[in-house]
Design a protein around this ligand. Structure first.
Ligand code: CP
Length: 338
């Protein structure tokens, strides 16, 4: 396992990337390095609460074109915990409304001496495009239905913290797999670390083509629940759907919501988690969301640790080396096209 220097003075040379665009192109060793760094930073900041100075003098810009509670806030806090300055860019009050292009906007922000752009956009590949045009680091905070790498990492970090190891664990991803960038990042990260992954939901939201990646496909939650060590309960992304994928929310919840009844048939030590925001009564019932096995709020705290590690690796002191500046080439396209 790669070691992370306790001083965080320099980024290890085994981390060659300037950007974090997706998990698809990270190696298992790079993912473990990032998780190890997150664990050390969580400890060094007393549970993500204490401030350090390892990114003192750096400036992070949050460039969000979609709504966010967790990701935006935790990137801001993570940057501040490491001593960096943070700029919150708001598209609605910007000169985009006067016709300035997205790339020109980003280049103008870059010209102000920033070090990293954290970008969320509804169009898949937007962070990859920015990485081609900017000389500063780019972090993908969610690009359409493609990937949400720091969410995948914090989900995996939270499992590893409880189980000790990802390898051999059976992880079920339940819900709207077709429109979920979180599902894609989880699948890549979990497979690379040796987990067995099951994707589960209605046939309209879970394609059989996931099997091409070595993922099990199921449309029967009751059948998979007893076999899982971890369940990740994904939100129905109504905002990304052009057609209704099931007759009613009530029917969906009957078949695919994780409830107290279903929990009784799960392993005693089942870990249930959800990336948030959660819709209580749709993908998860109150008693499951709030049960002791629920990792939902642990995940939010761990989001700070993972984002501190991501910021350190993308703009900490390092040898000049770039990677990942090519166009988006996800191995599995947005499932709508499958
Ligand atoms: N999980 C997640 O990305 O949450 P936000 O949309 O609130 O950032």
């Amino acid at each position: 396992m790669p070691s992370v220097p306790h001083t965080f003075d320099t980024v290890p040379q085994v981390w060659p990337h300037r950007h974090l665009l997706d998990l698809e192109r990270l190696t298992p060793g790079e993912i473990r390095l990032l998780l190890d760094a997150a664990a050390q930073l969580k400890e060094a900041t007393a549970g993500c609460r204490r401030k350090l100075t390892i990114l003192s003098g750096r400036t992070i810009v949050n460039l969000f074109f979609e709504n966010s509670t967790r990701t935006r806030t935790s990137f801001s806090l993570a940057a501040r915990r490491l001593g960096a300055d943070v700029v919150e860019f708001s598209a609605s009050g910007s000169s985009l409304s006067k016709g300035e292009s997205f790339i020109d906007t980003a280049k103008n922000l870059e010209a102000m001496g920033i070090d990293v752009v954290v970008v969320r956009h509804s169009t898949p590949g937007t962070p990859h495009l920015l990485a081609q045009h900017l000389d500063v680091g780019v972090i993908n905070a969610g690009d359409g239905a493609h990937e949400h790498p720091t969410q995948g990492l914090l989900d995996i970090f939270s499992i590893r913290e409880r189980l000790g190891d990802i390898s051999g664990a059976t992880v079920g991803l339940v819900g709207d797999i077709a429109h979920s960038r979180t599902a894609r990042s989880n699948v890549w990260g979990l497979l690379k670390l040796g987990a067995k992954v099951i994707v589960c939901g209605p046939p309209t939201l879970v394609s059989k083509r996931w099997e091409e990646l070595g993922v099990e496909v199921s449309h029967n939650l009751d059948e998979i629940v007893p076999r899982c060590d971890v369940l990740n309960l994904l939100r129905i992304q109504f905002e990304r759907q052009n057609t209704r994928p099931f007759p009613s929310v009530r029917e969906y919840a009957h078949l695919y919501a994780m409830t107290g009844e279903r929990l009784k048939r799960a392993r005693k030590d089942l870990l249930s988690r959800a990336p948030g925001p959660i819709n209580r009564g749709v993908e998860v019932s109150d008693d499951v969301a709030d049960c002791p096995q629920s990792l939902i709020l642990d995940q939010v705290t761990n989001g700070l640790a993972v984002r501190m590690a991501t910021l350190w690796l993308t703009c900490g002191n390092r040898l000049p080396e770039t990677d990942q500046t090519g166009p988006a080439q996800p191995g599995l396209p947005a499932e709508k096209t499958l």
